[in-house]
Design a protein around this ligand. Sequence first.
Ligand SMILES: Cc1cc2nc3c(=O)[nH]c(=O)nc-3n(C[C@H](O)[C@H](O)[C@H](O)COP(=O)(O)OP(=O)(O)OC[C@H]3O[C@@H](n4cnc5c(N)ncnc54)[C@H](O)[C@@H]3O)c2cc1C
Length: 415
Amino acid sequence: MSTPEVIIIGAGLSGLACALELTKNGVNVHLLEQEDAPGGRVRTDLVEGFLLDRGFQVYLDAYPNAGQLLDLDSLKLQPFQPGAIIFEHGKRHRLMDVFRRPGYLISSAFSPMGSILDKILVAKLRFSLKFASLEVIQTREDLTTNLYLKNFGLSKSMIDRFFRSFYGGIFLENELSTSSRMFEFTFKMFTEGSATLPAKGMEEIPRQLAARLPAGTLRCNTPVSRVDGSAVILASGEKLSAEQIILAVPSDAAQKILPALALPELKWRSVTNCYFAAPSSPLNEAIIALSGDPDSLVNNLSVPSDLSADYAPKGQSLISVSILGIHGETDLLARVLAELHTWFGEEVAAWRHLRTDLIARALPEQNPSTKQPANAMEGVFLCGDQHSTSSIEGAITSGLETARRFLDQRSTSEN
Ligand SMILES: Cc1cc2nc3c(=O)[nH]c(=O)nc-3n(C[C@H](O)[C@H](O)[C@H](O)COP(=O)(O)OP(=O)(O)OC[C@H]3O[C@@H](n4cnc5c(N)ncnc54)[C@H](O)[C@@H]3O)c2cc1C
C-alpha cells in the first residue's frame, strides 16, 4: 500500500461516508476494517435462502444527509405502512398516520389507543416539528422523552400503550429515558417519510457506498491494535502511517486503540432478535406489529418478506421478532412463541426458528446527559453515530462532517 494522506479506522457507515467525501475531494485514503466486509452494525446474512439482517432495523427515507449520499433508487426501498398494529390483551388495534392514510381518520379517532385529545396533540406535535430544522432540534432543551411527552400533555395511557412500545423499539429501551432531541428527530423523520427496507436487505446500504470508493481504498480483515502518533499498528504487527488518522469506531473501541483519549464511558442499548420461517405471513401487510402490554417480552414483530419477496424463498415468509435487552435464557423461544400464540393463535405452531441474534452493542445510549465529544484530543478526529444521533443518518452525518473538518484544516494550513 502507498502512504495515504488519511487512514480511517472502521468501515461502518460513518467511516464509509467519510472516505467517500474525502476521496471525492482528491484525498488519498486508506479505510481499514477488522471484519470480512464493510457495514459495521448494518449487515445481512443469507441463511437457507432467507435474508437475515443482523437485528431488525429500518432506513427512514426522509433522512436528509443519507438520502443525498445514497442512490436510493437502486436500493429499491420497500416502505412499511405509516402506522402500527398494537396487540393488547389478545386484542388487535390499528393506529395509522391519518395525514398519509386519511381513509383511517374515523377508525383512528375512535380507536381505544389514546383519547381524542391525545390524537389532536399528536397532530400538533407533527405540525410543530414540520417547521423545525434538524439543526434547531439539536439545540432545544434536552429532557427525557418520557418527560417531554408528559409536558406536551399526552395521557399516561397513550404514552404507556403506544409511545413506550413504538419508541422502545427505536431507542431499544422502554423507560423513554432517551433524549427528547433524539425523539423529535425520529418523530420528524417518521412523519416526513416512510420506514423502509432495501429490497435485498439492509447491507445493500454499506455495499453501495463501498462500491463507490476508488479501488484499493478499503482493506477488510484488518484489525487495528493501536495508534501511536501518526502510526497505525495492525494486529498483524504491520505498521502504517498517514498525515491524519480518523477513528470511525465506537468510543469504547477508540479508547482501546488510543488509551490517551480519555473519553466518557459509552453505554450501549441492546436487543435480541429472533427469526422464524413460516408457511404464510401472520400479518399479510407491510406493517410493524407492537405489543401494548407492559409486561410482554416481545417488543415488535414484522414480516420483511411482506415488503420484499427477496427476504424469503418462494412460498415462505420471514418473521422478525425483537425483544429489548439481551436474552440468552434457554426457554426464550418457548416464551416468545407462547406470547405470539396470544396474538396469532394456532398458526404459530408451524413457525420454524432460523436464528437468534444477541446484539449487546446495538445503539449508543443517548440520554440527555450523554455527550461523546468528537474533538477529544488535539490532532485526532473521531466519528461515528455516538457523536450525532444513534442512527444511519447520524453515522453518515458524522462521517461527512469529519471529512469536511479535515478538508477545512488542510485548506487553512495550505493558505
Ligand atoms: C439492532 C440494531 C437496530 C438499529 N436500528 C436502526 C434503525 O432502525 N434505523 C437507523 O437509522 N439506525 C438503526 N441502528 C443504528 C445504525 O445501524 C448505526 O447507528 C450505524 O450503523 C452506526 O454506524 P457507525 O459507522 O457509527 O458505527 P459501526 O457500524 O459500529 O462501525 C464501526 C466499524 O469499526 C470497525 N472497527 C471497530 N474496531 C476496529 C478496529 N480495532 N480495527 C478495525 N476496525 C474496527 C467495526 O468492525 C465496524 O465496522 C440500529 C443498529 C442496530 C445494531
